[in-house]
Design a protein around this ligand. Structure first.
Ligand code: ADP
Ligand code: MG
Length: 224
């Protein structure tokens, strides 16, 4: 379970403080499929990066499966992130000159997974996204939608309990976007908690729960 309480995140803006997150509290249960929507600059990525343990708030609390995340040392935070969280970004963030399976195995180079195990896990993840027959191609030989599938395979390769996606369809046409959202729905049905940031209401409508952020505050939550 994800639980954040009273998150504040500020950035210095000249002499003033700019509140990117202004007292955000939120609970996401295991197995939810959630959209976080809002216009550009609302604070969506700031929130997602904190949920993904890539960034910390100035104040407030974050409990991930009852672990007090902000109290952890950086090395422990990195371990927790690698074990529990998969990240998907708008621009896919693949190494384009490398093969598809290398890209998917990348997270495992950091945690000493044996080579044979890496291959087995990469095959399984690529199968889950429907790209098992593309693993020997280079990433730059694939279409945008296929590249995003590779990024999703990489995000799930360590069997995370949570997948966080920041505008995952932002670089894709609408038909490809729909198929990517169907894929997230499938992963969610297998039990993964999925949180998707989007400014697109139609994309948000694929999710069971919609949360809207404006000026760093949650102004709507369809669960409430
Ligand atoms: N590193 C930073 N330094 C200063 N301001 C930032 C930084 N990161 C984000 N912001 C500001 O915080 C606000 C929220 O940003 P962000 O979370 O990226 O919004 P969104 O993802 O909803 O478009 C924006 O106004 C942005 O300019
Ligand atoms: Mg953003």
């Amino acid at each position: 379970m994800i639980k954040v309480e009273n998150l504040i995140k500020t950035y210095k803006l000249g002499k003033d403080l700019f509140y990117a997150l202004d007292d955000v509290s939120l609970t996401v249960d295991d197995g939810e499929l959630v959209a976080i929507c809002g216009t550009s600059g609302a604070g969506k990525s700031t929130l997602l990066n904190i949920l993904g343990c890539l960034d910390k708030a100035d104040s407030g609390k974050y409990y991930l499966d009852d672990v007090d995340v902000f109290s952890l040392k950086d090395s422990k935070t990195a371990k927790l992130r690698n074990k529990k969280i998969g990240f998907v970004l708008q621009d896919f963030s693949l190494i384009n000159q490398k093969k598809v399976d290398f890209n998917v195995m990348l997270p495992m180079y950091f945690d000493n997974t044996p080579g044979k195990q890496m291959k087995i896990k990469a095959d399984k993840a690529l199968k889950a996204v429907g790209l098992e027959d593309q693993k020997n191609k280079k990433a730059n030989q694939l279409s945008g939608g296929q590249r995003q599938r590779v990024a999703i395979a990489r995000a799930i390769v360590n069997d995370p309990s949570v997948v966080l996606a920041d505008e995952p369809t932002g670089a894709l046409d609408s038909k490809t976007s729909q198929s990517i959202m169907e894929l997230f729905k499938e992963l969610n049905k297998k039990g993964i908690t999925v949180i998707i940031v989007t400014h697109d209401k139609e994309i948000a409508s694929y999710c069971n729960r919609q949360i809207e952020i404006k000026d760093g505050k949650i102004i709507f939550d369809s669960k409430k």
